[in-house]
Design a protein around this ligand. Structure first.
Ligand code: UTP
Length: 282
């Protein structure tokens, strides 16, 4: 089975980015010249995804508007004969079909993913967090690196990234067995362990590929840490019936949902930008 579908949970409150996110969704904040969500959709498309479902909440209609082929200024560009601009704006997602679902209550990441149950049907699907930009260090995008492992194993695959030992208690941490360069078979996920209890320094990192069995696990997941339905709890259950793999991806991840990483991402992308890089370095 091939991974052609992706769910992007983008319904979160964005509290850490207030007041910037009072009226603008954090996914619509700009990194150099494009909103965050555009980078994420581009990664999905470059990884071979052709259908995307975004889970959004009230007040995030701007995300929907961003990908709409019809938009308020279109007639002006048309009148002025600026067809190139029009084409560019209408083709922001290329041939990829993007649909939206409203997460009615913000019950956590697990619940946001569950909103995609019908969309996924019996197919495997990717999950890309809407507030994390992953920049690959190779020609293959980060999600693509996970899909390559899915193609071999036909089982769920989760991106992991090394974090400093003193920070393990902030993350879901992998306990796994190395089976190939950068690829692990997962024994268990340990949620927010103490430094002493941590089985590794490899933390779950914003990109996933799941078999549809994850929905069954989400149905059996009760409210957990932070009073939310935690995706990690469902991933833990999944291990009881199916193998899962983890990929220590080659690249960098920016959690652009917090101000410091948001600024770091801007500096990273502007310094490498074709048009603005040289001027910025100057
Ligand atoms: P976060 O916890 O990082 O996002 O969720 P948040 O809730 O917006 O963060 P703060 O604490 O208020 O700043 C990780 C991902 O899960 C999505 C978020 O949009 C983000 O992409 N999410 C989270 C949902 O879609 N729905 C939820 O109920 C919670």
């Amino acid at each position: 089975m091939k991974v052609k579908k992706a769910i992007i949970p983008a319904a979160g409150l964005g509290t850490r980015m207030l007041p910037a996110t009072k009226s603008v969704p954090k996914e619509m904040l700009t990194i150099v010249d494009r909103p965050v969500i555009q980078y994420i959709v581009e990664e999905a498309i470059a990884s071979g995804i052709s259908e995307i479902l975004m889970a959004i909440s009230k007040g995030k209609k701007a995300i929907q508007d961003h990908f709409a082929s019809d938009f308020p200024n279109a007639p002006y560009y048309e009148q002025k004969g600026k067809h190139e601009v029009l084409e560019k704006l209408r083709g922001l997602a290329g041939d990829c079909e993007i649909t939206f679902v409203e997460q009615e209550e913000l019950k956590g990441l697990g619940d946001a993913v569950y909103c995609g149950k019908e969309f996924a049907g019996n197919d495997p699907f990717a999950v890309l967090l809407g507030d994390a930009i992953c920049q690959s260090a190779t020609d293959r995008p980060v999600l693509g690196q996970l899909i390559d492992v899915f193609d071999q194993q036909q089982s769920s695959v989760v991106a992991v990234q090394e974090v400093p030992l003193e920070k393990v208690s902030r993350y879901g941490i992998m306990d796994g067995t190395l089976i190939d360069e950068g690829t692990y078979r997962v024994n268990q996920w340990v949620e927010k362990p103490s430094v002493k209890a941590a089985p590794s320094r490899l933390a779950i990192a914003a990109r996933y590929v799941f078999t549809p069995e994850i929905f069954h696990c989400l149905e059996n997941t009760t409210v957990g840490y932070g009073n939310e339905i935690q995706l990690t709890d469902a991933m833990h259950q999944l291990l009881e019936t199916q193998e899962s793999y983890a990929v220590k991806f080659q690249g960098t991840r920016f959690d652009v949902g917090n101000p410091l990483d948001f600024v770091k991402a801007n500096l990273h992308f502007v310094s490498r930008h074709e048009e603005y890089g040289a001027g910025f370095k100057d």
